[in-house]
Design a protein around this ligand. Structure first.
Ligand SMILES: Nc1ncnc2c1ncn2[C@@H]1O[C@H](COP(=O)(O)OP(=O)(O)OP(=O)(O)O)[C@@H](O)[C@H]1O
Ligand SMILES: [Mg+2]
Length: 274
């Protein structure tokens, strides 16, 4: 699996199979924060997720890789309530059954997702974008005329530092580079202090320098939030990798360190074909 390796599809169906994961306890002291168990999703008879099971720990930074069509985005759709699975269970902590909640309720519970296209308010400043993201009243005018408390201001400053945009605080968001807009978008999610942050292909279209900054940013979130990163750019994945999960044909092919998965013959076969 070279960083520049071309991804091919379809892959050998023989290589797919259920990764033998022992379900961890569903308890708040020792258990993970996110439990995806035996989840299947079909679209017109095509199984996008096939008995997928995976577990994310509190504060963990997890990378998910896999060829095109492996089911990575569908997995995020299931966790965030956009897609309902045909079978399986999805729990947030030991007691919150995510399949009983709709999309806004899941976000409210603390699972946020960053979409590829930034949805920043171009005409507002970087600071104002963060301010707006913090407010429960999302209307622009009441927000911009309400007073910030000292604690709220501190929180915005803290997030500005995390996303590396402290110097651009007063800039119009529309004037930011593509990479900076992506960081602002992450900052807007951080304002809601999510427990879990899901990021799908964060470095697509970024320059090398922006890619390195994004790696630093995601690493800085480790321990404070659980961050699940889906990405094709292997150089980027290597730079942030802790535990890496490889998805293939809707299930987990293997999990391990970057070196372990990169040297796994099944992973190599799935990426390179025969
Ligand atoms: N709404 C849908 N309707 C029909 N098929 C879908 C739908 N969403 C996804 N699929 C199919 O399910 C499979 C998994 O798609 P998914 O987008 O989850 O893959 P992915 O791993 O995110 O791929 P990529 O790396 O290309 O983003 C693909 O074959 C895709 O065509
Ligand atoms: Mg995808």
């Amino acid at each position: 699996m070279n960083p520049g390796a071309e991804l091919k599809y379809p892959f050998d169906a023989e290589t797919s199979g259920l990764w033998p994961i022992t379900p961890p306890p569903r308890d708040s002291l020792h258990g993970p924060i996110l439990y995806v168990e035996d989840v299947s999703v079909s679209f017109d008879g095509f199984r996008a997720l096939n008995r997928l099971s995976l577990y994310i720990d509190d504060g963990e930074l997890r990378c998910i890789i896999g060829p095109n069509g492996a089911g990575k985005t569908t997995m995020m759709d299931v966790i965030t309530g956009k897609t309902r699975p045909d079978t399986g269970t999805v729990f947030f902590g030991p007691t919150i059954d995510l399949l009983k909640l709709d999309e806004p309720a899941i976000a409210e519970a603390g699972i946020c997702r960053k979409f590829q296209k930034p949805s920043v308010f171009e005409k507002l400043s970087v600071f104002e974008n963060l301010e707006l993201a913090m407010r429960t009243d999302k209307r622009v005018w009441p927000t911009l005329f309400a007073r910030l408390t000292g604690a709220q201001r501190d929180r915005i400053d803290e997030v500005l530092a995390t996303i590396g945009l402290a110097e651009q605080s007063g800039f119009r968001a529309g004037a930011l580079s593509h990479g900076q807009k992506q960081w602002l978008e992450i900052g807007m999610l951080l304002m809601q202090d999510p427990k879990v942050l899901l990021v799908d292909e964060p470095v697509a279209g970024m320059t090398h320098q922006e890619l390195e900054r994004t790696a630093e940013l995601l690493l800085a979130l480790e321990g404070k939030h659980s961050v699940v990163v889906v990405e094709h750019d292997m150089e980027f994945v290597r730079s942030i990798a802790r535990k890496v999960t490889v998805l293939h044909e809707g299930s987990v092919l293997t999990e391990g360190s970057m070196d372990e998965v990169q040297n796994d013959p099944r992973v190599i076969q799935v990426y390179l074909g025969d």
